[in-house]
Design a protein around this ligand. Sequence first.
Ligand code: BG6
Length: 490
Amino acid sequence: MYHEKLEKFPQNFLWGAASAAYQIEGGWNSDGKGPSIWDQFTKIPGKTFQGTNGDIAVDHYNRYKEDVKLMADMGLKAYRFSLAWSRILPDGSGEINEKGLAFYENLINELIKHNIEPVLTLYHWDIPQALQDRYNGWESRQVIDDFDNYARILFKRFKDKVKYWVSFNEQNVFTALGYRWEAHPPNLSDVKKMFEANHIINLANAKAINSFHELVPDGLIGPSFGYGPMYSFNCEPENVLATLNGEEFQNHWWLDVYVNGKYPKATFKQLVKLGVAPTVEEGDLQLLQSAKPDFLGVNYYHGGTVRANEIEFPSGDNDAGLEKSFEATDPYLMKPKEEQAQTPEKRMFSNVSNPFLEKTKWGWEIDPVGIRIALRRLQNRYDLPMMITENGLGAFDDLTNERTIEDDYRIEYLRGHIIEIQKAITDGVDLIGYCAWSFTDLLSWLNGYQKRYGFVYIDRDEKDEKALERIPKKSYFWYKSVIATNGQNL
Ligand code: BG6
């Protein structure tokens, strides 16, 4: 695609930054807050880097005014943050904790006072522990009404103040890490449960979106999906087909449901054969189809590269064929069906490393062009306005003797991605805004406080909270000038 000149960013483009409640707030039991599943999970030995947790985090709960002041000084146009469900409903349902609600109301008022558009996320991974204990959280259909009740409280309370709402943050990530990889709460490795819970979350998402459209007709709501475009390892047709499978299994499996209320057929059939497909009850598809999001939130860090799995699979297209194959000599095929069912994608594709891309210290590919590819693909397939709700670089930062942070590598990362976004806009993509991850440094769920993303350094480490001093990094001043010139000074 050739452009003689890149178009300017739209007027009113939302230059923003993002965060999530558990990662910044602290105050884990302040003012009547109930525990969430993260409050419990992080206390299990060996689960997080050096046993870190969000009990204090970066103490945003007590310092939000100072943080908003830093946003205002930067000229930030939008701030995306999430609400802790158990701060508002300590028991998950029932009595409202007014003090919890007041915290968010004060934060929103403070943002508005400084002309910063609030972008409110309903759920960023921290379901109340009470609901986990009562009925296993997302595994029970009871949660659909409880989530809707929680969402309706917020819609009613903030409908005149908040225009942009995100329903679920990265449903693909928290279901996989929580139900398959034992890396997040509820700490399970059960693929069937993952698909069942995921379906129930889809229903909760749809019901809440319908409530939103009833209660906040002038607002916009959508999920934030962790999108990684899939690349084919090469042009060998088998690999191209595997890439199609990868894109469907990793991405369309969620996005098609959000936007069109349908599961992609090929993946669904595979899951049925392996006995791990979700239980779709009568009326489910109608509910899913009735709730179209107004925009798509896109969290982009990297994509993935895919090739056909070299394992030879038996011919035959039915369960009987599968069963029979277990007598074969191939070590993978000899495994019982349950084990195949735990790795359903093995029959569809395998992930490989991309030799063209460098990686961060944590092994995440750095791929600015991928954000343009992501936006183009999503625009073509779903044709909705989009907002980048997360994008950023996790890095070690050094505090110099002069107490500055010279994070040129972060500037380079962000600049590269923003240029590609501008190209995507010039291509014709409808983008509302860009929220970098993150505004201040914060708790990386599993990587402690050393993996930093913020524009603002927080002087604390794993063992010592110190004074939690806020220090703007070099990237803070760079982004300030990007915002002031509406993206002209990159
Ligand atoms: C996203 C999450 O998946 O990635 C954020 O929405 C998270 O909450 C971010 O912090 C970066 O992940 P990590 O593991 O590097 O902290």
